[in-house]
Design a protein around this ligand. Structure first.
Ligand code: BQZ
Length: 689
C-alpha cells in the first residue's frame, strides 16, 4: 500500500499562493441584511436597583408545612435563623405578576446526562438549567437583558457589594454575611478561596465552563481579608470587565466542607478520583441554589426539592423559591421542545430551527398549553478550524497537514465562499428566521457594526481557484484534491454534537457543499460530553459549533473572544508545553480584547469592537454558517416570567427568567410534586426527608 504523504511543500506553497491569489477586494460583497422578524418581544428596561437589594426585613415566612413538619419538630431552625443578616430581596415592582404563592413544580426535559455533582472539579450535570440552578456565583448576569444599556453592570449576588481602590487596581468584595449552604453549613471566604486556590489556580483542574487564570486577567491575585471579605488585585486599572467573569459559569464556588476532603491537596486521591468523587447517585449535595437534588433515576429523571436555607426572599419576607420542586427528565433536546409545546413539559429554549414551524403552529392554537416568546437573533453557528500548528490535541501527520491548511487565509476564504449560507439556513427552516452570517459579532447585537463586517459571498468558482493556487490538485483524479507532490487526498474530520439535529444538519450541509470544492469532509458526530471533551482537548480538524454568549454580548466571556490565554479559546489553545502559536492577526485580536477589558469608555469600546469585527471577518477567523432567533417556550400556568427574556444573551433563559421568583397561581397549580412536603436530607443520604 503506497505510504501517503501529506507534505504541503512549506515555503514553496506560500510563495505560489501570493502570486496566484485573487485580490481580496474582488472576493468581498455587500452583506444582505437579516430578514425582518416582527415576532421578537421587547424587555422592559430598568436599573439594577429596580430588581433587587440586600436588607433585613421585619419578618420572614416559609411554606406552612415547613414550619409544622420541621421547625416545630425541632429538626430545622426557624426561618429567620436560616436566612443571612441581610437576604437578597427581590422588589415587587419588578416582578411582572407581583408577590407569588408557594407550590407546584417546573418540569424540565433535557438532552444531557449528569456525570456527577462536582461542578468546580469539572463534571457536567446534564445542562438544561441544572448547573445554572444549583450554582450561585459572585455576581449574576442572566437578567441583564432587562438593564438599561447605559447602566449595564453585573448584578450583586453572593458578592452583595464591592468597592474599587483609588488606583483601580484592587477590588474589595463583601459576601452575603450569614448565607448558608443547603445543609446549613456557613458560606464564607473558605469556599471562595478553595475555588480560587485549588481549582482556578491549579492547572490539574478544569472547572466546568472553563474558568482559567486568564479569565480574570494575567497576574490577578485574590485573598481573603476575613470570613466575609475578599480582595482582588489586578495588573490593570479598573478592569470592570472581570465582574462579568465572576458570574455564571466561571466563579460559582462549591461546598468546600464536602469537596475539600476529596481534593488531592488534602487527600491521597488522584485528580481523576477527586473529579468523580460525587457521582449522580450521591444525593443532597449541598448547594447555594434554590433546589437540591434528592432523587436520580438513570436515563429517567433528576428530582430536586426546595433548599430550606435559600438566602433570597420577596418584599413580604417570604423565603424563596416559590416552586417546591424541579424535575429534569433525561431525554433529548428535541423532545424538550415537543414536550413543552404539548404541555407534558413546562420549559424549553427553542433553539433547533428544524422545530420552529411545528412549535409555532401548535402554540398558535387557543388551547395550546404553552406560549412562545421570541428574542433577538442570538443563536449562531460557525465552522471553526483548529488553528493550532504546534501540537494541541496531538495531531497525526494527516491532521497536522490540515492544521497547516487551516492556518492559511486563502484556504479559509476558499471554504467560506464555497458555502452557500442561504441554502444552509433554508435547509434548517424556511421563512424569516435564519440570516446570512459571515462570522464574528452578530447583526442586531450591541457592539455589531455592519460597515466593519467583511463579507465574502458564495462563489464556488473563485473558491476552486484559491485551492488551485495552493497547489491542492486532484492528482489521482478521484474527485478529491490531493496534498502537493502526489500527496494523499485532503481528508478533514468534522466534529459536531449529535445531541442536536441542527448541529448535525449543518455539518452534513457543509460536507455536501464542499464536495464540489474537492475536499472530503468526514463526519465525527459525538454526543454532548464526549463532544465537549474532544473540543476542549483539541481533538478536531474542524467543528460545527453553536457559539456562546461572548459573540452576543461581548461583555460576557470577553476573554474568550481571542486566545488571551493558553486554555481559554475554543479553537486555538496551547500545546502540552503551554506554547500558543498565534497568527499575526490573532495577536491583534488578543491586543484588542485585552484593551477592551481595561477600557470603560463606551465610545472607545465600540471602536475597539469595530476593529475586532473587521480583523475577524477579513481573516475568516471562523466561518459563519447561520444566525437565527431563539424562543422561550413556557407553560402558561407560570407567572413572573420577564417580558422579552431571550433564551441566550448574557446567559441562558434558565438564568434570565430568575426561576426562584417564578410561581403558579394557586388555582392553576398542578399536582406534579413527586415528593410533596419533603426537604433535602443529609449530604450523601438516601434522598428527601
Ligand atoms: C441551555 C443550556 C443551559 C453547553 C449546553 C449544551 C452543552 C454545552 C451548552 C441550552 C444546553 C441547552 O446547552 O442546549 O438550551 O438549556 O444547556 O446550560 O449544549 O453540551 O457544553 O455549553 O450551554
Amino acid at each position: 500500500m503506497r505510504k501517503h504523504t501529506y507534505a504541503l511543500g512549506g515555503a514553496g506553497l506560500l510563495l505560489s499562493v501570493s502570486m496566484l491569489a485573487i485580490p481580496a477586494q474582488e472576493l468581498t460583497g455587500e452583506l444582505p441584511d437579516p430578514p425582518e422578524f416582527a415576532a421578537q418581544s421587547e424587555p422592559i428596561f430598568v436599573s439594577v436597583g429596580d430588581i433587587q437589594e440586600f436588607k433585613a426585613l421585619p419578618e420572614y415566612h416559609e411554606p406552612d408545612w415547613v414550619t409544622s413538619k420541621y421547625v416545630d419538630a425541632g429538626t430545622l431552625p426557624p426561618v429567620a435563623e436560616r436566612l443571612p443578616k441581610e437576604p437578597l430581596v427581590y422588589k415587587t415592582a419588578n416582578m411582572p405578576d407581583g408577590i407569588g404563592v408557594y407550590g407546584d413544580t417546573m418540569r424540565h426535559v433535557i438532552g444531557g446526562r449528569p456525570e456527577g455533582w462536582n461542578y468546580i472539579g469539572g463534571q457536567a450535570q446534564g445542562w438544561g438549567g441544572i448547573d445554572i440552578g444549583l450554582s450561585e456565583c459572585l455576581t449574576r448576569t442572566g437578567p441583564l437583558f432587562m438593564i438599561k444599556a447605559e447602566e449595564l453592570e453585573p448584578l450583586p449576588n453572593l458578592a452583595k457589594g464591592w468597592e474599587w481602590s483609588e488606583d483601580g487596581k484592587q477590588l474589595t468584595m463583601h459576601l452575603v454575611e450569614g448565607a448558608k449552604w443547603s445543609d446549613g453549613d456557613a458560606f464564607d471566604t473558605e469556599d471562595v478561596m478553595f475555588y480560587w486556590d485549588d481549582h482556578i489556580m491549579d492547572p490539574n483542574v478544569s472547572p466546568l465552563n472553563g474558568g482559567t487564570p486568564e479569565t480574570f486577567g494575567q497576574g490577578t491575585t485574590l485573598e481573603a481579608i476575613d470570613a466575609y471579605t475578599i480582595k482582588w488585585t489586578f495588573q490593570e486599572a479598573f478592569p470592570t470587565q472581570y465582574l462579568y467573569a465572576m458570574a455564571y459559569g466561571t466563579f460559582c464556588p462549591g461546598p468546600s466542607h464536602i469537596l475539600k476532603p476529596e481534593h488531592p491537596k488534602y487527600s491521597d486521591n488522584t485528580y481523576e478520583q477527586y473529579k468523580n468523587a460525587f457521582p449522580p447517585e450521591y444525593m443532597n449535595i449541598p448547594v447555594m441554589g434554590a433546589w437540591v437534588p434528592v432523587e436520580y433515576r438513570p436515563d429517567d429523571i433528576i428530582v430536586m426539592r426546595r433548599n430550606p436555607y435559600y438566602w433570597k426572599v420577596d418584599e413580604n419576607g417570604n423565603q424563596l423559591p416559590y416552586l417546591n420542586e424541579m424535575h429534569y427528565r433525561l431525554s433529548t433536546w428535541t423532545d424538550r421542545d415537543v414536550q413543552a409545546v404539548a404541555g407534558s413539559g413546562d420549559f424549553s429554549n427553542l433553539e433547533q430551527a428544524e422545530s420552529y414551524v411545528e412549535a409555532l403552529r401548535r402554540s398558535a392554537e387557543d388551547s395550546a398549553p404553552a406560549r412562545l416568546q421570541f428574542g433577538a437573533r442570538t443563536i449562531g453557528y460557525a465552522l471553526q478550524m483548529n488553528l493550532s500548528g504546534n501540537g494541541w490535541g496531538e495531531p497525526d501527520d494527516r491532521a497536522q497537514s490540515v492544521r497547516d491548511l487551516n492556518r492559511n487565509l486563502d484556504f479559509r476564504k476558499a471554504v467560506s465562499i464555497a458555502l452557500d449560507r442561504q441554502r444552509l439556513g433554508e435547509s434548517l427552516v424556511r421563512g424569516p428566521f435564519t440570516a446570512i452570517y459571515p462570522g464574528g459579532l452578530y447583526a442586531g447585537t450591541t457592539y455589531y457594526d455592519k460597515a466593519s463586517t467583511v463579507y465574502y459571498p458564495f462563489n464556488l468558482e473563485a473558491a476552486n481557484g484559491l485551492l488551485d493556487g495552493l497547489g491542492l490538485a486532484d492528482t489521482d483524479a478521484n474527485g478529491v484534491r490531493n496534498f502537493p507532490d502526489g500527496g494523499a487526498d485532503v481528508e478533514i474530520t468534522l466534529l459536531a454534537n449529535s445531541d442536536y439535529g441542527t448541529d448535525t444538519n449543518l455539518a452534513e450541509g457543509v460536507m455536501a457543499q464542499l464536495e464540489p470544492l474537492g475536499l472530503r469532509v468526514i463526519a465525527n458526530f459525538q454526543s454532548g460530553t464526549a463532544r465537549d471533551d474532544m473540543a476542549a482537548a483539541g481533538q478536531f480538524d474542524w467543528q460545527v459549533a453553536r457559539q456562546g454568549a461572548e459573540l452576543v454580548s461581548v461583555v460576557q466571556g470577553t476573554a474568550a473572544l481571542a486566545p488571551t490565554g493558553p486554555r481559554i479559546h475554543t479553537f486555538h489553545r496551547a500545546n502540552a508545553d503551554g506554547e500558543l502559536d498565534l497568527l499575526p492577526f490573532e495577536e491583534e485580536l488578543v491586543a484588542l480584547v485585552n484593551k477592551f477589558v481595561t477600557t470603560s469608555d463606551n465610545a472607545e469600546r465600540a471602536d475597539i469592537m469595530k476593529q475586532y469585527q473587521r480583523i475577524f471577518t477579513e481573516n475568516v477567523y471562523s466561518v459563519g454558517l447561520t444566525q437565527y432567533p431563539g424562543a422561550l417556550i413556557i407553560n402558561k400556568r407560570f407567572a413572573n416570567i420577564p417580558a422579552g427574556s431571550p433564551i441566550m444573551m448574557f446567559n441562558w433563559a434558565e438564568d434570565n427568567i430568575i426561576r426562584e421568583r417564578v410561581f403558579v397561581p394557586e388555582d392553576r397549580q398542578g399536582s406534579y410534586e413527586l415528593h410533596p412536603e419533603t426537604l433535602p436530607g443529609e449530604p450523601g443520604g438516601a434522598g428527601p426527608v
